[in-house]
Design a binder for this molecule. Structure first.
Ligand SMILES: [Fe+2]
Ligand SMILES: [Fe+2]
Length: 482
């Protein structure tokens, strides 16, 4: 019997979103734990400057969710660079992209159209140089708007949402997307920008991390960062307490939550967190647009038709919403590829259920949910991945999720094709049931059509651009098995 995911309704929000923030680190190309370490840096700076407790609380949640909008601009980033969005994002935080010069040139040479013929590459570099500021503004606007909206959706304060909205504004007015100057930038955003940058340099320099972090804070003081905050950071960076907390950020971040009464995720908030992260996952590519919510709708329909208990239905719905969270680790060069995947690209894709399992099992009360999510590509005959489970290792819930996942991939409208007719969807699935797909789940689904799909949400600008590009090309491979 599965444990209830919601019986106690006493899961700390900090535990849930700090664990899920690891998925955002993957999209940003940052080492695991970047968001939680940034949060630890931010909380120390906040204490050092005597930030009032309520503002500290706003800062805490905003820091953990600061990259919530990062997947929404991944396609645009890949489109602009013509190469790996994850590497491009990683590179963009270590250089000063606000200034023309050697650093920007190095970045362009390292990330634009890698591997393309010389002339094509030169053309892309020229286009990037001409459009650089406008492109950077678009990329940042998408990310900041989306991030702030996700924060609101999970019930964070308006101050937290605003802090995320203005995360990439710079003290000298050269930041994005609004070009706010000095104290026009919310204080929480100024702290978060400093905190995230020092973590990037701390994490990238091994034992020399603390001095590299301090050096970059000094170097960009008055340009990127508020000089008073850099001064405060300089004082606390000399104390061992900061580095002890940063080293142990995974668990220290929970203890650093400023509220006396910790924010708790009741059923409604937990549902909203799962829905918000489903949006983050689906926003990465037009090929997966609204996939997680579509799978959840199909899985719940099957579970109800099979008379499963409401507790089990809740577990299945949440697992379905988060099942592809590990896919955030896959570059859009692969997810959006209009052709067949190479063996190396396929290897990268095949790891995503394992990442889903690893990310979700960090939440202590998600033991059943993480197992379920990690099993969504398993098949009854053992032909699935990543563990090759057969029928004996697949619970009823896992079988339902596998059927719902295939169904949504086939039935959803995609940029390169219209939704398949339902008879064709069932004909394709029927060939795999009962050998690979569970027959009772499949029949319950057949008896329940049409499954009510979630309301259409407009695509982000990045997804629309890519959608248009894909419509003109041809996608050879349908990502049913992805
Ligand atoms: Fe998947
Ligand atoms: Fe999926």
């Amino acid at each position: 019997m599965m444990a209830s995911p919601s019986a106690d309704s006493a899961i700390p929000v900090a535990e849930v979103i700090s664990a899920l923030s690891c998925a955002l680190d993957l999209v940003e190309g940052q080492p695991k734990g970047h968001a939680v370490r940034s949060c630890v840096f931010a909380m120390h700076i906040a204490r050092e400057i005597g930030l009032p407790p309520e503002a500290q609380s706003d800062l805490y949640y905003a820091s953990l969710m600061k990259d919530a909008g990062c997947s929404a601009n991944a396609s645009t980033m890949m489109h602009i660079l013509g190469s790996d969005d994850i590497a491009g994002k990683r590179g963009a935080v270590t250089i000063d992209w606000t200034r023309m010069g050697w650093e920007s040139l190095q970045y362009a040479l390292a990330h634009v159209k890698r591997g393309a013929p010389f002339l094509e590459r030169m053309r892309a570099l020229f286009t990037l140089a001409v459009n650089k500021r406008q492109d950077a503004k678009v990329v940042n606007q998408i990310r900041c708007d989306r991030g702030a909206n996700i924060a609101r959706r999970i019930g964070l304060s308006e101050a937290s949402a605003e802090a995320i909205q203005c995360l990439n504004e710079h003290w000298n007015g050269r930041g994005m997307p609004q070009g706010l100057v000095g104290e026009q930038i919310p204080l929480l955003s100024r702290i978060m920008n400093l905190a995230q940058t020092v973590d990037v340099f701390y994490s990238a320099h091994g034992e020399a991390g603390p001095s590299a972090a301090y050096a970059i804070a000094r170097k960009r003081s008055g340009r990127w960062f508020d000089p008073d905050l850099v001064k405060a950071y300089g004082s606390l960076a000399r104390r061992k307490a900061l580095w002890g907390d940063v080293e142990n950020a995974t668990w220290r971040v929970i203890e650093l939550e400023p509220r006396e009464e910790h924010l708790v995720a009741d059923d409604e908030r937990l549902d909203n967190i799962c829905l918000a992260f489903a949006d983050v996952i689906d926003a990465k590519s037009p090929f997966t647009y609204q996939h997680s919510t579509g799978v959840a709708a199909a899985a719940v329909t099957i579970a109800r038709a099979l008379s499963m208990s409401e507790k089990e239905v809740t577990l299945i719905r949440r697992a379905a919403l988060l099942h592809d969270i590990g896919k955030l680790s896959v570059s859009n060069m692969i997810l959006d590829k209009p052709g067949k995947l190479t063996p190396e690209e396929w290897d990268s894709v095949a790891k995503h259920p394992r990442y889903s399992l690893e990310i979700l099992q960090r939440i202590s009360s998600f033991a059943d949910l993480s197992e379920l999510a990690g099993s969504h590509h398993e098949r009854l005959d053992g032909s699935g991945y990543f563990r090759g489970f057969g029928a004996e290792r697949m619970s009823t819930s896992a079988r339902i999720l596998a059927v719902a996942d295939v169904y949504d991939a086939l039935v959803a409208k995609r940029p390169y094709r219209d939704a398949l007719p339902i008879e064709k969807v069932f004909a394709i699935m029927g060939k795999d049931a009962p050998r690979a797909l569970d027959r009772p789940s499949f029949e319950a689904l057949q008896a329940s059509v049409p499954v009510e799909r979630p309301a259409e949400i407009p695509m982000t600008e990045g997804l629309l651009r890519l959608s248009a590009a894909v419509e003109q090309g041809s996608r050879v491979e349908d990502p049913v098995s992805i």
